[in-house]
Design a protein around this ligand. Structure first.
Ligand code: SF4
Length: 326
């Protein structure tokens, strides 16, 4: 089998981690590398496992995204329009199975299965909170399937569909830039790019940079001008659509932004050409709030970088839950 190469690349999510804490960035993109191998050092395996953790909000967002994606893919393949009650039933089933698998800490032996931050760090948030989150996911899905956006997309001719949640990339100054567009299609000569949001917050500057990256990708991939690109953020929780304008200035700005971010990331590497990094070169943030929510706090604060025993070695006593409405 071909050996995976740890090549340098850029993405908005990578940039976010780098800005939060350089040490966290190191753990995510360097310290975890190779942790999937059976003969990897114990600390590397642990960092790789911690990298997979998602907090409850991220997890719920991912479940909603994948339900929307599955629905759209089915429409694209010519299947009948999904019944919303069946969509909700499946989403709740996925959440229940993921929750139980994570609570049993199955991710310790199967790192790609559902791994929740709250379980790894033994944060008891209470049954009502989990129930509230599952209801929240249901609300997002009901909003989406009842929306005019969905009605319009589901009647779009197949040849107008461009991408659905595809892990893609483009190049900028010989650096691979990764993007995943939630949905893209053509309407006339225009390319529409949709971004589904599940958080309660409004549109942020970071979101706008992400949308501008998508526009840059669309220009390269589908050879369209900025005048023919429409980037739309649809907040599923609030059932609100918001269009982000794209023009030459914004594209120039995002190119500069990426170049500066790439240059800061490369400057901290021990060997830029071989993309090699040394943990102690990456300073830790002084922001305790970021540390509180960091996947890697277990390895980061371990004295002398020794590996702490995963809490998972002592799984908590399973509780009987009544929260899943199946
Ligand atoms: S625990 Fe804090 S300092 Fe350590 S990697 Fe995480 S965010 Fe950075």
């Amino acid at each position: 089998m071909k050996e995976l190469v740890k090549e340098f690349s850029w993405s908005k999510s990578r940039d976010i981690v780098f800005r939060e804490c350089a040490r966290k960035y190191y753990f995510n993109y360097y310290g975890s590398w190779g942790g999937w191998k059976f003969d990897a050092p114990e600390r590397t395996r642990q960092i790789y496992m911690l990298k997979q953790l998602k907090n409850r909000y991220m997890w719920i967002g991912e479940v909603v995204h994948s339900c929307v994606e599955r629905g759209l893919v089915n429409i694209y393949r010519g299947a009948a329009l999904p019944d919303i009650e069946e969509v909700i039933r499946l989403a709740r089933k996925v959440m229940k199975e993921g929750f139980l698998s994570s609570r049993r800490k199955r991710y310790l032996s199967k790192p790609r299965t559902c791994a929740l931050f709250e379980h790894e760090y033994n944060i008891d948030i209470g049954e009502e909170e989990w129930e509230r989150l599952f209801d929240y996911a249901e609300k997002c899905l009901r909003n989406f399937y009842a929306s005019s956006c969905y009605q319009e997309l589901s009647s779009l001719p197949q040849e107008h569909w461009l991408e659905i949640e595809q892990f893609s990339h483009f190049w900028l100054d010989k650096v691979k830039i990764y993007v995943t567009l939630d949905f893209a299609c053509r309407k006339g000569k225009e390319v529409f790019i949709y971004d589904w949001k599940t958080g309660r917050g409004g549109n942020t500057e970071s979101d706008n940079i992400q949308l501008a990256c998508y526009a840059l990708y669309a220009m390269e991939k589908w050879k369209v001008s900025t005048a023919d690109i429409r980037t739309i953020e649809y907040n599923l929780a609030r059932d609100e659509m918001c269009e982000f304008p794209v023009d030459g200035e914004i594209i120039k700005g995002v190119r500069e932004y990426i170049k500066e971010s790439v240059s800061s990331m490369k400057a901290i590497l021990r060997d830029e050409t071989r993309n090699q990094a040394v943990e102690t070169d990456f300073p830790k943030t002084g922001n305790k709030n970021i540390c509180m929510q960091c996947n890697f706090k277990k390895v980061c604060t371990a004295a002398n970088n020794e590996v702490q025993s995963p809490s998972a070695a002592k799984p908590g006593k399973p509780r009987t839950l009544s929260l899943f409405k199946l």
